[in-house]
Design a protein around this ligand. Structure first.
Ligand code: B12
Ligand code: SF4
Length: 503
């Protein structure tokens, strides 16, 4: 069957791979190059959901193709495709330039094929996007499975999509905004990596199907989703219920999720990542469903605050060694609270002891660019990370890791900080999508940032980030957490950033 919908994932920047290299720090805390090769997990849930409704989806990770081959010619590839519609993700704001450039290429090659955009950033900027001659539709919201089915059915039947939920479209060049009525609380979604593997074989396109970039295959088949939305409301995050306008968290059936996690484990030697703290919704049901299925490999849980002994015992009862991600953001408890995480260092350290003493491991993330945070405070966080890593790794070798970065390069549209910058101590350099697009094209990362705080300018944030990241690389290497080629790769990133910002 020829695909009805071709989902394309753009690189962050299209026209100049050189500019991508200059932003080497921007993706320092994610397993991709600065072209940001991850596509949204939603591509996989859409593929599965649409198959249930007799629509064939093809995924093409254009960002990976751009990153891997200098000879790759996007217009030539698009020219040969003829779906019912092209779908492009503008989920992350870092793709502001790449997504619109890809939309232009699709329209130029195929003026008669509709171009559909979706994702968190597209949803926020739908009114601006619909003005573009290269964009026909935007599907808004954190969940679009059923609206995409409804839109494809309307396109097949040649009728106006007046009743498609969450859709922004145009009638005679006038924007029409259908209401956002599809925001399910029980998510009928599946992340099925076997289906993705079959898809790669069917289209004989390994690069085009890859979920991630240079760390493939380590991070190819090992991420799942517990929820959509989030009950926390961290200052710079656009994924909270508040930012998304969600009344309640979107959650999944624990039995189905547990089944999916165990099936995913069978495909990868690496642990499965579970973002979204499971304590947000009936954790006991998921834990019980997992325990019954006896998973064998580590499950990596993101937790929004340190776990107590009782919860840790439950997590440990699932079977595999504990693996927990925590984001204390700063050593300074007041800054941590200001950012949206309210717990003491004492509780953090007790939680770490609990995880490590049960044979588990933990990862800590610290943030640069919290209002009120100065260069001195950032370096104190580095010193705190050093104390923790040295102390815990001496007793539990290789079990506690950490990293540090600003929210690069943008704070999220829709977040508290973006909507009320003065109130929360930020100053913004861009508001519209077009403004962010032009920031992305700046060669020096210091000019790309869309924010600064009252305490640190953009230049100061990047300078202290380079210093802190350098120190973290030394520390992690010393503690045996960063080894071999990864040390050089990380050092190269910072070196590259220093060279570019000096020149
Ligand atoms: C898990 C996660 C990740 C995972 C990625 C998982 C993945 N591949 O999707 C990792 C850790 C890799 C990651 C990385 C990054 N992330 Co992140 N991430 C999240 C998190 C915690 C959950 C995402 C989620 O719930 N998705 C579920 C829903 C919302 O999306 P989905 O199922 O994938 O897709 C549905 C809809 O979005 C929509 N949709 C999406 N694309 C398209 C395309 C079309 C055509 C259509 C029709 C619909 C559509 O329909 C889909 C199906 O219903 C959110 C926080 C949050 N609570 O939202 C942050 C969040 C999405 N991430 C964010 C950011 C900034 C990043 C990074 C840029 C950070 C960085 N500098 O490294 C990178 C980008 C990586 C890349 N592209 O290479 C911001 C995005 C803000 C913004 N508007 O730009 C968020 C909101 C919060 C935050 N600040 O971290 N992230
Ligand atoms: S950054 Fe905060 S609000 Fe956003 S997803 Fe994580 S915990 Fe939730």
């Amino acid at each position: 069957m020829a695909p009805h919908l071709i989902l394309l994932h753009p690189p962050s920047l299209f026209d100049s791979r050189e500019i991508g290299a200059r932003h080497s720090l921007a993706s320092a805390t994610v397993a991709t190059s600065p072209l940001f090769e991850y596509y949204p997990l939603g591509f996989l849930t859409l593929m599965e959901y649409l198959a249930r409704h007799n629509f064939e989806v093809r995924i093409i990770n254009v960002a990976v193709k751009v990153a891997k081959s200098r000879r790759f010619d996007p217009p030539r590839m698009i020219r040969k495709l003829r779906p019912l519609a092209f779908g492009i993700d503008l989920h992350w704001l870092v793709h502001a330039d790449g997504a619109l450039e890809l939309a232009r290429i699709c329209k130029e090659e195929h003026p008669d094929i509709p171009v559909l955009l979706g994702g968190l950033t597209a949803s926020y900027y739908h009114q601006e996007l619909i003005q573009s001659p290269h964009v026909d539709y935007i599907l808004r919201g954190d969940s679009t499975e059923q609206p995409v089915v409804d839109l494809l059915q309307a396109l097949e039947a040649g009728r106006e999509p007046t009743d498609v939920a969450n859709l922004t479209w145009k009638r005679d060049r006038e924007a029409v905004v259908n209401p956002l009525t599809y925001q399910p609380e029980l998510l009928d979604i599946r992340i099925d990596y076997r289906r993705l593997m079959k898809h790669m074989l069917r289209y004989r396109d390994l690069r085009g199907g890859l979920l991630t970039g240079y760390q493939w295959p380590a991070y190819a088949f090992n991420m799942t989703l517990f929820c959509r939305g989030c009950q926390m409301n961290c200052l710079t995050c656009g994924g909270s219920n508040w930012a998304l306008g969600r009344a309640r968290l979107g959650v999944r059936d624990p039995e189905l999720l547990a089944e999916e996690i165990v099936a995913t484990q069978q495909l990868s030697p690496h642990g499965v990542g579970i973002p979204g703290d499971i304590r947000q919704h009936e954790p006991d049901r998921l834990i019980e469903a997992l325990r019954r299925r006896q998973p064998t490999r580590p499950l990596s849980f993101e937790l929004y605050g340190p776990p107590g002994d009782e919860f840790l015992d439950k997590l440990a009862s699932i079977g595999p060694p504990l693996d927990v991600h925590l984001s204390p953001e700063s050593h300074d408890e007041e800054l941590r609270t200001r950012y949206g995480r309210c717990y003491s260092n004492e509780r953090l350290e007790a939680g770490l002891e609990g995880i490590l003493s049960r044979g588990g491991k933990a990862f800590l993330f610290f943030l640069i660019g919290i209002p009120g945070q100065t260069r001195v405070s950032v370096m104190e966080s580095v010193a705190y990370a050093e104390r923790l890593l040295e102390r815990f790794n001496e007793r539990y070798p290789g079990k506690l890791d950490a990293n540090m970065s600003p929210p690069l390069p943008f704070i999220d549209p829709g977040s508290l900080a973006f909507e009320h910058p003065e109130k929360y101590g930020y100053r913004l350099f861009a508001r519209t999508l077009a403004e962010h697009r032009s920031l992305m094209r700046q060669p020096d990362l210091r000019d790309v940032l869309n924010f600064e705080t009252a305490a640190m300018s953009r230049g100061q944030i990047i300078d202290v980030a380079m210093e802190a990241m350098d120190n973290m690389i030394d520390l992690r290497e010393r503690c045996g957490l960063l080894k071999g080629k990864w040390v050089n790769r990380e050092r190269e990133r910072v070196r590259e950033a220093r060279k570019r910002s000096a020149g």
